[in-house]
Ligand binder design. Sequence first.
Ligand code: DGJ
Length: 568
Amino acid sequence: MWLITVLWLITTAVCGQSVTVYGTGRTAQLWYDDKPYIILGGELGNSSATCADDIERVFAKAQRQGLNTVLVPAYWDLLEPTEGEYDFTLTEAALRIAREHELHIVFLWFGAWKNSMSCYAPVWVKQDWHRFPRAMTEQGKPLEIVSVFSAALLEADSRAYRAWLEHIAEMDRDYGTVLMVQIENEIGMLESARDHSAKAEEAYRNPVPEPLMSYLQRHKNELHPWLQDKWTSAGGRVTGTWQDVFGNDIYTDEIFMAWYYANYVEQLAELTRDIYPVPVYVNAAMNSRGRVPGEYPSAGPLAHLIDVWHAGAPSLLCLAPDLYDSDFPQWVAQYALWNNPLFIPEVQRNDNSGVRALYVVGEYHALGFSPFSIEDGSDAPEAPLYRAYNLLRELMPIISDEHYWGTMHGLLFDQEHSERVITEEEMTITCRHYLTLPWDSRATDGSTWPEGGAILIRLDRDAYLLAGSGIVVDFAMTTEKSLAEHSATLGEDGFLLADGTPPTATDSGSTFVGRRKGIASVAEVTVSDDGHLTPVRYLNGDQTHQGRHVRISIDDYTLLYIQLYEYQ
Ligand code: DGJ
């Protein structure tokens, strides 16, 4: 997969715009119409694109919410209610209305599977279980999941997908409204870790297919540690049945299913390349909360299965996580990999969405971020997502400049994880949640702290940009930090708090040596399209704690330019 993403040079339009992905894994970057593009997205609720009036209403709102892209379902059952007869009304409406509201679209192909189930397969598929056999549990219970081992399913699904995409190509070639396509939605087996239908059983008894085995051998030193360990612990065999190679447990069942799901998806991905070559990806429901395969959608495009998905579906741009669980940073880190660009097509929509968007772009160069059921969110200008997307839009020319990639960080804090120290060249930068400042009553009055987050970019030796909300940053020379550290806590006026501990000679070492960093100026700035910064106002005095730190309150979303200086 990463070989392909080295240069995913994709031209979606003859006369219109083109979508390109440069780079690989965490360095991948989406370009549109020869400019860097970050998907400032939102995904529609499942039923929100089923009539043109709703599409009009929610797209108009999406524009007011500050989105540049909407993730929009395309429903196989509504597209092909009768076999071979297609109705493109909704797709046409989505394309037309998106353009009217200056939005791009990522289409979600709700085909054979959606959240494991085959609920969006047309009823003529659902009813014909002889032609489209069902996946089965070990007990022989047929599921509302059409079996991936059904050749007829792939044929029917890909025929509809082809017709739909050909229609899009015709309608969109001169516009480039469609940026990407998601193939199926949260694929995976439920109730059972694998399919036990007759064809599935037969495949399971066969040797592991040679393309998977040879992929694993070629990449054996760079496999996901989980897979490396599973394979090695089972003896590291290079031929044999699934159980011979991977052992006898439900995780082997999961690997088996992942291979066949990935193979299926690859067929649709290749069609995309032939018909309308926009990037394609798959999304995953997380294996969270201690659940085992089958309790969560087994074999979905999950981080621990990344190699199986890469081997089976090399045309995919990425495996994209749907994030609804606590510990957001931990889940994100699992999918921002050297061989997987980060794109978050679904994330729980809440008041922390804004700072989370800044965090994933700053820390991982995410291709995009997209809270789910966006039409239910606020479209007020003070909404956190709107304010964060505005900051990202402004920062786009700076963020995308490769020159800065090495010196950009994403920060995200809550009550439990409230500090991070970044050491970079001669600097030690201490970043904290805004409410670690003891004088804001919300720090201690029992309020739940909203998350604080930001992007911190070093522009040159003594110049930084900080864009975000709910953050405090101290800049110091590393030498100064280690010599001068002490435990004194200062009040807002800078005086030692009554119950604070004054620094002692032993805290700070006997003599201070070396240089110190000070704040020369802090300005709120705007960024022009070519990356030029213009000051709007200066923050000083109380607003920088008399030159001690830089901060953005939890009530603000601001972009600050910070100029430092050295003294001795
Ligand atoms: C994840 C799915 O991908 C969405 O389509 C939707 O069903 C949400 N879950 C609901 O929370």
